[in-house]
Write a protein that binds this ligand. Structure first.
Ligand code: F6P
Length: 547
């Protein structure tokens, strides 16, 4: 499916012209002029509410963006993805992570076969295994119950389950602890091994390819650590694998009976819904994991069926396109006002930047427009006391996604009102800013001397007019989290469709991996290779320290 180049589309030209007018708009004036701006520029879906009124947009902006989505054939591409076409065209793969959360009774075809029986057969195995661990039927080699689960994986085989486990802390069982080891830095694994005992530890080696250097090294080290006290015959009770690569799993020494498969039509960063979610099911119970899947499915149904104008992922994506391609904002900050979503910004970094951090179209033509912005952020209110200064008064404008829950899962009085007050106050302050006259009036009320007031005014003036979205849910629970993650997956898809890139490959990570192998040989003293003087110098410093 080839598309005309994004920046040659009629809507692109119209939006560029429209952006010249919009650059002089002040959002505070837009709000004064439109009494129901909040109602006009907000949408609900799958238990989530999105307020996008604090963006530099009006109704014409939205209709031009919708025209752009049509000209980029977003609906057609969406159909193609859901229909199991080979959407990932460089790896010649379908993209069917949506099948992973569809009900058993659905039919999703890939190459003529309904994949749903296979998907649910694996989910049933995840459910059964989870129950055996929780009931104590599956024990360690000394007959004791498992107390610790250690997920060894990286990228999509870590960030998804890690983020979800953190997000659903109130749902955790108290008889099992789940740990995540991802970094090849030995400090990561070492810290976990110091907290656990071999006889009560279950290791999950999670790797789609089962070739990822970090994961294989961590898994081998964990295996050797385990074998210090146990025997090879004890391994099957303590090591399970999640992968698409049965051969490599067997070669590692994990029997395929202990392997939970998934499929190459599931991208790593879209895999938390598959058996990769095993650590989540172990932490919160399979029934809650199923609720997480159901929340995502509700968002899928909305994304698939809602008209573009009322389609939350489409709107979120288009607002992002407006900010990135027409107002030229280089990054997006994610600000969950929810401590349990602490890993959500990191999760979205992989989802959005690994998906759409691309420089050629699906047809291989270099793009002459911006693709993914830099995605970064941290939880509120902490970010307010770190980098929000730049967001309010820095020279770059950074759109922000505020994410909050109307109700907490705790019962600590007053905390939640304080949290929400800060969240809403930030978006209001970023939008309104503070004029010189307002600063002057404030300082005069404090009886400050006039010459000091004039000196202070430029420092205390806020330009405002800084865009944000606010996403609300009732309470952070498995369903709402599933809907939230699926929302951003579909946002990423729509943006990829508009930029005409392939969001489902990641060739950009390969070069560093290849060079790391060569340099590792040199650090271990087995080879020398030609390098630039910087890299050679760094290698020789490390060699001297290591040997
Ligand atoms: O290096 C990037 C990457 O390929 C990600 O796309 C992926 O999620 C991660 O590595 C881990 O890959 P695997 O699950 O195959 O170990």
């Amino acid at each position: 499916m080839t598309s005309p180049l994004f920046n040659t589309l009629p809507a692109f030209g119209k939006l560029e012209k429209h952006a010249q007018t919009a650059s002089s708009w002040q959002m505070r004036d837009l709000f004064s002029a439109e009494a129901n701006r909040f109602g006009t520029f907000s949408v609900s879906a799958a238990g989530l509410f999105l307020d996008y009124s604090k963006n530099r947009v009006n109704s014409e902006t939205l209709s031009l963006l919708m025209q752009l989505a049509c000209e980029c054939r977003v609906e057609e591409k969406r159909e193609a993805m859901f229909a199991g076409e080979i959407f990932n065209n460089t790896e010649h793969r379908a993209v069917l992570h949506t099948a992973l959360r569809a009900p058993r009774s659905d039919t999703v075809r890939f190459e003529g076969q309904n994949v749903m029986p296979e998907v649910h057969a694996v989910l049933d195995r995840v459910a059964a295994f989870t129950r055996r661990i929780h009931s104590g039927e599956w024990t360690g080699y000394t007959g004791k119950r498992m107390t610790d689960v250690i997920n060894i994986g990286i990228g999509g085989s870590d960030l998804g389950p890690h983020m979800v486990c953190q997000a659903l802390r109130p749902w955790h069982r108290d008889d099992i602890r789940v740990h995540f080891v991802s970094n090849v830095d030995g400090h990561d694994l070492d810290a976990v091994l110091k907290q656990v005992r071999p006889e009560t530890s279950l290791f999950i080696v999670a790797s789609k390819t089962f070739t990822t250097l970090e994961t294989m090294l961590n898994a081998n080290t964990a295996r050797n650590w385990f074998l210090q006290g146990a025997t090879e015959a004890d391994l099957p009770r303590h090591f399970v694998a999640i992968s698409t690569n049965a051969e490599a799993v067997s070669a590692f020494g994990i029997h395929t009976d202990n392997m939970f498969p998934f499929w190459d039509w599931v991208g790593g960063r879209y895999s938390v819904w598959s058996a990769i979610g095993l650590s989540v099911a172990l932490a919160i119970g399979y029934d809650h994991f199923a609720e997480f899947l159901a929340g995502a499915y509700a968002m899928d149904v909305h994304f698939k069926n809602a008209a573009l104008e009322n389609n939350m992922p489409v709107i979120l994506a288009l607002i992002g396109i407006w900010n990135r391609n027409f107002l030229d904002y280089p990054s997006v900050s994610i600000a969950p006002y929810l401590q349990d979503l602490a890993y959500f910004p990191s999760y979205l970094q992989q989802l959005e930047m690994e998906s759409n951090g691309k420089r050629v179209t699906k047809a291989g033509i270099p793009v002459s427009w911006h693709t993914s912005p830099v995605v970064w952020g941290n939880v509120g209110t902490n970010g307010q006391h770190a980098y929000f200064q730049l967001l309010h008064q820095g020279t770059d404008i950074t759109p922000i996604d505020f994410i909050a829950a109307l109700r907490p899962s705790h019962t600590l009085p007053h905390h939640h009102a304080a949290l929400l007050a800060n969240c809403f106050a930030q978006s209001e302050a970023l939008m309104l800013g503070k004029t010189a006259d307002e600063v002057r009036a404030d300082l005069q009320a404090q009886n400050m001397a006039e010459d000091e007031i004039e000196f202070q005014i430029p420092h205390r003036t806020f330009p405002g007019n800084r865009p944000s979205n606010t996403l609300l849910m009732n309470i952070l629970r498995p369903e709402s989290l599933g809907a939230l993650v699926a929302l951003y997956e579909h946002k990423t898809f729509v943006q990829g469709a508009i930029w005409d890139v392939n969001p489902f490959d990641q060739w950009g990570v390969e070069l560093g991996k290849v060079l790391a192998k060569t340099i590792q040989e040199e650090l271990e003293g087995n080879a020398t290779h030609p390098h630039d003087s910087s890299t050679a110098g760094l290698i020789s410093l490390a060699r001297a320290a290591l040997n």
